[in-house]
Each structure stands twice: as structure tokens, then as C-alpha cells.
Design a protein around this ligand. Structure first.
Ligand code: THU
Length: 179
């Protein structure tokens, strides 16, 4: 037997089900088993990302990240995470690199980005995706240049994931169209 209140709740939720529609969001990523499987142009950029990672300043997390960005003027811009005793003042590798690219080469378009992350405390063997804040920052440049940015990301060893566009990594993106 339904009591008065539960009956009302049932009625309300049935009504909700009638007006609610489900939206499914899909993303496509490609996964390469190792660096040897990558296309040549990505191998070279990932090697640069490794060099950048080796210059990370991450004494607090011991988690080193390197990013390499290829621009359409053939410049390669590198960045690594830069930490701070006041933790939130630090900056991720991807944003260090992309803000440098945006400030030094404001007219250039970003063709592709390679990211690698490795902890000093344990071997990082899985692809490490850019954090949410970095995705938001990369999204800004993808929209600005009206051209997709290819993103390759890996740990220190092992598989590499590739997204053909930042948009695949940031569904329901907040962008200038909503302002
Ligand atoms: N980090 C990055 O550099 N990129 C990311 O996308 C995620 C996290 C850095 C920030 C911090 O220095 C350390 O990794 C641990 O979070």
C-alpha cells in the first residue's frame, strides 16, 4: 500500500520520466601500444616532451610532466610543470607550454601536442591525460584557431593515447559561445 506522500512522489517521478530525455556523449581516442607504433611526426614531438619532462620543477609532488607543442610555423614550444611551496601557485606543463606559445607566437596555429608524465615514486605506465584546467586552456586555443589540435599523451613508458581534437577530451565545453 502506498502512503499519501509516496504516491505523490511516484506521480512526480513518472511525470519527470516523460519529459526527461537522455543524452549520450561519445568520444573517440586511438591507442598505440608504444612509441615505436607512433607516426614519425609524433615520435619526434614525444621525444621533445620527454626532454621537457626532465626539466620539470616538481619537488612537492615528485610527478614530472612535460609538454611539447608543434606550431604551424614549425616552431616547437616546450613546457614542464612548475610547482610552488604555495601549492596552487604552481602551473601544469600543458599550460606552461600553451601560454608560452600563445604569448610568443600569437598568430601561429597549434598543430599537435605531446604530453608525458612520470612519477619519481613509481613507474607511470598508463597514458596520463591533461587535467581539466589544462583541457579548458587548450580548448580556448583550439576555438581561437578554428582548427583541431591533435593531442598525444602517455606516462613514462607504455601505451600512448591520441585524440584528434581537444573537443574529444572536454564534452560540454564552456566556451565563448555561451557568453
Ligand atoms: N600536472 C601537470 O603538469 N599536468 C596535468 O595535466 C596534471 C598535473 C602537474 C601539476 C603538479 O605539479 C603535478 O603534476 C601533480 O599534480
Amino acid at each position: 500500500m502506498l502512503k499519501g506522500n509516496s504516491f505523490l512522489f511516484l506521480k512526480a517521478s513518472l511525470k519527470l520520466q516523460l519529459i526527461m530525455k537522455e543524452i549520450k556523449i561519445e568520444s573517440t581516442l586511438f591507442v598505440f601500444k608504444n612509441v615505436q607504433e607512433l607516426p614519425q611526426e609524433a615520435v619526434a614531438l614525444m621525444e621533445k616532451a620527454v626532454q621537457a619532462r626532465e626539466k620539470a620543477y616538481a619537488p612537492y609532488s615528485n610527478f614530472n610532466v612535460g609538454a611539447a607543442i608543434l606550431l604551424d610555423n614549425n616552431e616547437i614550444v616546450l613546457g614542464s610543470n612548475q610547482e610552488n611551496a604555495s601549492y596552487p601557485s604552481g602551473l601544469c606543463a600543458e599550460r606552461t607550454a600553451i601560454y608560452y606559445a600563445g604569448s610568443q607566437f600569437p598568430e601561429a596555429k597549434i598543430v599537435r601536442m605531446a604530453i608525458t608524465a612520470g612519477s619519481k615514486l613509481n613507474k607511470t605506465t598508463k597514458p596520463i591525460p591533461p587535467c581539466g584546467a589544462c583541457r579548458q586552456a587548450i580548448a580556448e586555443y583550439e576555438i581561437k584557431q578554428d582548427m583541431p589540435i591533435e593531442i598525444y599523451f602517455m606516462g613514462e613508458t607504455g601505451a600512448i593515447a591520441k585524440s584528434n581534437s581537444l573537443a574529444n577530451l572536454l564534452p560540454l565545453m564552456f566556451d565563448k559561445s555561451v557568453l
